[in-house]
Ligand binder design. Structure first.
Ligand code: NAP
Length: 253
């Protein structure tokens, strides 16, 4: 059966772990060649090995998304290797300080914004230049349920993810007539190393997180990946500028 993204070139940041790795695997399953990027080399290489073991094709490029030079090089290496960039999943992110507003330090606030918000903007800046030159493409940014509603104790994270939703809508409007669709996914609580770190820091975290989810369980990373790949596929050809909740009903409450 043909894949939904046969012969497409997909780029995934934060692909060495969690949602990024699972989505890179779904891209490859659907026939895309995948540029796997992360700040963590071992994680990224492991994702490439998993894609290859499943019969797909991928390369790893190390990049820190908060550094413009890294992001410019990442897009350049994608084009140098595969000739174009069809689908970009700007997903790399960090959980931030996990402290109430008055306790969050300037350093924590600035770092979270640098990775989660400036990182997404930098990725779009260089990806869109390439997509304009080739006549189109699709972009999905990872926001969060925390990009749609507030969460006490996550001021830097919530600010960064609301910013991602705003950037997504703006770029969608700017490039709608140029064949470039830009959307965001807003995951709920997804079982990844990021959430496992939260559970280690605060006893009772798992129970609290599951109780917030109307479906009564954590989401799995691949459940986000399926939504991302749908947004990148031709099946979503009239969809642009949306923050899509993939959250088990969390934000519907
Ligand atoms: P994860 O397992 O920690 O994966 C994120 C990956 O991104 C890690 O390999 C991480 O490396 C990497 N990374 C961190 N900073 C980077 C940088 N500056 N440049 C490039 N890569 C960087 O987390 P995840 O849960 O899959 O999260 C992926 C995205 O989903 C994030 O944007 C997160 O905010 C968002 N999200 C997650 C959830 C959830 O419940 N898990 C919910 C909503 C939204 P390190 O391990 O070194 O940090």
């Amino acid at each position: 059966m043909p894949g939904r993204l046969d012969n497409k070139i997909a780029l995934v940041t934060g692909a060495g772990s969690g949602i990024g790795r699972a989505t890179a695997l779904v891209f490859a399953r659907e026939g895309a060649k995948v540029v796997v990027s992360d700040i963590v080399v071992e994680g990224g290489q492991e994702t490439v090995q998993q894609i290859e073991a499943a019969g797909g094709e991928a390369i790893f490029v190390k990049a820190d998304v908060s550094q413009a030079a890294d992001v410019e090089t990442l897009v350049a290496k994608t084009v140098e290797t595969y000739g174009r960039l069809d689908c970009a999943f700007n997903n790399a992110g960090i959980e931030g300080g996990v402290k109430p507003t008055i306790d969050c330090t300037e350093e924590e606030f600035d770092r979270t914004i640098a990775v989660n918000l400036t990182g997404v903007w930098l990725c779009m800046k260089y990806e869109i230049q390439q997509m304009l030159s080739q006549g189109g493409g699709t972009i999905v940014n990872t926001a969060s349920a925390a990009g749609l509603v507030g969460f006490p104790g996550l001021p830097d994270y919530v600010a960064s993810k609301h910013g991602v939703v705003g950037l997504t809508k703006t770029a969608a409007l700017e490039y709608a007539k140029s064949g470039i669709r830009v959307n965001a996914v807003c995951p709920g609580v997804i079982q990844t190393p990021m959430v496992e770190r939260g559970a280690q820091l605060s006893p009772g975290f798992d129970e609290l997180a599951v109780s917030m989810e109307p479906v009564g369980r954590f989401g799995q990373p691949a459940e986000v990946g399926e939504a991302v790949v749908w947004l990148c596929s031709d099946a979503a050809s009239f969809v642009t500028g949306i923050p899509m909740q993939v959250d088990g009903g969390l934000v519907a409450q």
